[in-house]
Design a protein around this ligand. Structure first.
Ligand SMILES: [Zn+2]
Length: 141
């Protein structure tokens, strides 16, 4: 699907400043019997606080630049790190995304994705400790 949306990975450059933390999340940990990935399954809705922002948006599964889901385990949904490691650039399936300006991929926990709107707002505030990476340019290597 053709889209004008731009998405960015948002990270802080100083872990002790503007820190991101999870709270009120309960997990159970198990190993997927199919792909042997270690799974941290959350038992409560995923709550993540970035300063005072509560991020609960859902972005569907991690996709390639064309919005096709990156190969993943059908049992636990962990994406194939070997395949993803060879890929240059990732994307969002617009039909799976809930439209939130800040969200997580269902199978990439802890990595905050934001829209260009959020990036621009934060950059206007000159919060230099926050780094944005265009999802379309991101690589794991
Ligand atoms: Zn699995």
């Amino acid at each position: 699907m053709e889209t004008n949306h731009k998405f960015f990975i948002m990270k802080t450059s100083y872990s002790n400043y503007a820190s991101m933390f999870e709270d009120e999340n309960e997990y159970e940990t198990y190993t997927c019997e199919v792909c042997e990935a270690n799974i941290h399954k959350r038992l409560t809705p995923f709550m993540c606080y970035f300063k005072e922002l509560v991020i609960m948006g859902k972005g569907g599964f991690l996709c390639d630049k064309n919005g096709e889901i990156v190969e993943k385990c059908n049992t636990c949904n962990v994406f194939d790190y070997d395949k993803a490691g060879d890929m240059q650039g990732f994307g969002v399936n617009i039909e799976e995304w809930d439209g939130s300006d800040m969200f997580f991929f269902d199978n990439w926990p802890g990595v905050i994705i934001v829209t260009e709107k959020v990036k621009n707002l934060i950059e206007e505030k000159k919060l230099k400790n926050i780094i944005f990476t265009n999802l379309k340019e991101f690589t794991f290597f």
